[in-house]
Design a protein around this ligand. Structure first.
Ligand SMILES: NC(=O)C1=CN([C@@H]2O[C@H](COP(=O)(O)OP(=O)(O)OC[C@H]3O[C@@H](n4cnc5c(N)ncnc54)[C@H](OP(=O)(O)O)[C@@H]3O)[C@@H](O)[C@H]2O)C=CC1
Ligand SMILES: O=C1O[C@H](COP(=O)(O)O)[C@@H](O)[C@H](O)[C@H]1O
Length: 632
């Protein structure tokens, strides 16, 4: 790769930054086992390069030639002039080392990161160790500390996601993982604990156990109190030891109950943050981000006493799900949908979440929050924002987040008459008994916390005026599912009205994005039943991921962890987004709680309260997950 000896090229810094910006998308585009040659030829000093990408056998030897427009340089940040030289790979097989080498430019939006990489601490410069000017050269390392390592989320999601990233060679060459919690554990005990939940992404891969061993050897444990500077000081000492003179970057994942977020941030930022002039220090914060506008604002203010907004990565793992990620692609890169995406053609939008299990083991947490805070205010609302936002200026994090904030701020505050709440009760099916929500010993017997809610929301802007956005979320229902349903308007003056039966509702188009399980996109259309007569029925144009893509879908936490390491903030929640989200739900939450509105009881494993149907009917809507015979 011609990096340093290109004649008549622009300044070395500009060249290096430019190469950083373009190489990852190219490298991502091909099969991992192919050889890839990239050559940059600098035609003249007008900064107009030609890039040659050659794919040798087994693909036909094709040379792709790109002539880049000088505008491609416009994203080169001025502060790059002080950036350290870019570590680059020679032309080679794109294998683990090469992928690691290029990791810095490989975040989930498929766009190279500017000022947000393992090595570009300089562009992320923040007080309290967010990263000052990066040292000129050297090897980088990333330390990931899972605070609350003994907990449910850490075991279930975070360590497995880190292992999957390691397994797929997405982690940098030099990385260390630390667990931090109060429980006393040795490194070995942590490793045993982690190993219980690690799985190979594809069963029985030959080198799986070898990879697990390699991964576990990089995992260490530090026990300490969450408000203890000594604990984090000791962690800092161990982190420094592992960083072994390399250029450090630190990521803290706060997988702990929310009441100790601030304690941890205070202690860790004071004692285990990197000093300014070093690499970056970032904190992933798990939900819940407060209980209402006030407490959320308070949490934000407290976190910002110790951190800059750029250091805070508020995670909503639904944003890391493949189908949610695809929503923008579907909208903005398919002409067919663009003209339809408004009140002119869309009758209603439904955001549906259901789980076929209760709050098992999480009753104490859940009773303080309820389903509206647990699912609607964050996961479903985030999907809604992506669904309804205007086209962002670009795929850059701030452009997308600006649009999300705009649409959230255009939303009407939810009214109590537009909400139905429910709570599951015990149920016996055959030999099996299922508990009621209040059977959980950590839940008060007279709890009115909703485990189910349905709501009708509205966006008061030109695009969506009058379109109901219906949400439904519940635990202990009959199925596990998350989907987005878009019901289109009727065909005006439909010539085939007589051929589809009396129910024109059934004859409208519906686009469904099934987020989970079995990711799929399908569009219901009216179709002629083959034969001599003229009869129409509703059929589906299907895109089932399992049929179309022969690859497993990464867990949301993998994408989000990788993005946090890359400094890609697009899938994380900015504080003003959070404020706007709470503003929609806070009044109704307050009213429900002040009045202790009794939830409608529904049997464990059922389809939920019938009230949800009346709510939808108020807006002339029928839930799309219920077929004409009433079944799902
Ligand atoms: N579990 C899940 O599926 C999901 C969880 N979340 C969020 O992620 C975070 C972590 O969740 P989860 O792992 O379930 O939480 P846990 O209740 O399992 O807590 C994590 C760890 O924190 C410590 N801890 C627990 N309670 C207290 C307490 N009262 N005071 C001090 N330390 C305590 C314990 O470690 P030790 O005693 O060893 O210090 C525990 O292992 C929470 O904010 C949760 O809301 C978000 C989405 C899903
Ligand atoms: O955030 C949460 O999400 C889970 C559901 O996540 P999924 O990825 O398994 O769909 C939910 O069970 C939990 O109550 C909630 O806190």
């Amino acid at each position: 790769m011609c990096l340093d000896h290109c004649p008549q090229s622009p300044s070395p810094t500009v060249r290096k930054q430019f190469i950083k910006n373009i190489e990852a998308p190219i490298v991502r585009a091909k099969h991992p086992n192919q050889f890839l040659h990239i050559r940059f030829r600098w035609i003249d000093s007008s900064t107009l390069p030609t890039i040659l990408v050659s794919f040798p056998e087994p693909m036909a030897a094709v040379d792709l030639r790109f002539h880049l427009h000088p505008a491609a340089f416009s994203s080169v940040h001025p502060s790059n002039s002080s950036a350290k030289p870019h570590r680059h790979c020679p032309p080679q097989r794109i294998h683990a080392a090469a992928r690691r080498c290029l990791l810095r430019a490989k975040s989930s939006n498929g766009h190279p990161q500017i000022g947000a990489s393992f090595s570009d601490g300089a562009l992320d410069a923040k007080p309290s160790g967010a990263g000052g000017p990066a040292p000129e050269q050297g090897e980088h390392t990333v330390s990931i500390t899972v605070v609350g390592a003994s907990g449910d989320l850490a075991k279930k999601k975070i360590f497995p996601a880190l292992f999957a990233l390691f397994y797929e060679d997405w982690l940098p060459e030099h990385f260390t993982i630390f667990g931090y919690a109060r429980s006393k554990m040795s490194d070995e005990e942590l490793r045993n604990m982690i190993s219980m939940t690690l799985t190979c992404r594809i069963d029985q891969r030959a080198n799986c156990s070898e990879k697990m061993d390699q991964f576990l050897k990089r995992c260490f444990y530090q026990s300490g109190q969450y408000n203890s500077e000594e604990g984090f000081c000791e962690l800092d000492r161990k982190l420094t030891e592992k960083e072994a003179g390399k250029l450090p970057n630190r990521l803290f994942y706060l997988s702990i109950p929310p009441n100790i977020f601030v304690d941890v941030v205070r202690s860790a930022s004071r004692t285990a943050s990197l000093p300014s002039g070093s690499g970056w220090t970032r904190f992933i914060v798990e939900k819940p981000f407060g209980r209402d506008s006030e407490s959320s604002g308070e949490l934000t203010r407290s976190l910002k006493m110790y951190l800059e907004e750029e250091q805070i990565f508020r995670i909503d793992h639904y944003l890391g799900k493949e189908l949610v990620e695809n929503l923008s692609v579907l909208r903005f890169s398919n002409l067919v949908f663009q003209p339809l995406w408004s009140r002119d053609y869309i009758r209603n939008v439904q955001l549906i979440f259901s789980e076929d299990f209760g709050t098992e083991g999480r009753g104490r947490y859940f009773d303080n929050y309820g389903i509206i805070r647990d699912i609607m205010q964050n996961h479903l609302l985030q999907i809604l924002a992506l669904f309804a936002m205007e086209t962002p200026v670009s795929l850059a994090a701030e452009d997308i987040r600006n649009e999300k904030v705009k649409v959230l701020r255009s939303m009407r505050k939810l009214k109590v008459e537009d909400v139905v709440v429910g709570q599951y009760k015990g149920h016996t099916r055959g030999e099996k008994s299922f508990p009621a929500y209040v059977d959980d010993p950590t839940v008060p017997n007279d709890s009115v916390t909703p485990t189910f809610a349905a709501a009708a929301l509205f966006i008061d802007n030109a695009r969506w005026d009058g379109v109901p956005f219906l949400m439904k979320a519940g635990k202990a229902l009959h199925t596990r599912r998350a989907e987005i349903r878009v019901q289109f308007r009727r065909v005006p003056g439909n010539l085939y009205r007589g051929s589809v039966g009396a129910d024109l509702d059934m004859a409208t188009n519906e686009l469904v994005l099934r987020v989970q399980p079995d990711e799929a996109i399908y569009l219901k259309i009216n179709n002629k039943v083959p034969g001599l007569g003229m009869r129409l029925d509703s059929g589906n144009l299907n895109l089932f991921y399992s049929e179309r893509y022969q690859r497993e879908i990464p867990d949301a936490y993998e994408r989000l962890l990788l993005d946090a390491m890359e400094g890609e903030r697009r899938l994380f929640i900015r504080s003003d987004e959070l404020d706007a989200a709470w503003a929609i739900f806070t009044p109704v939450l307050r009213e429900l709680e002040d009045k202790r509105v009794a939830p409608e009881l529904y049997p464990y494993g059922s389809r939920g309260p019938v009230g949800a149907h009346y709510l939808a009917a108020n807006y002339n809507v029928r839930w799309g997950d219920i077929s004409s015979d009433g079944s799902f």
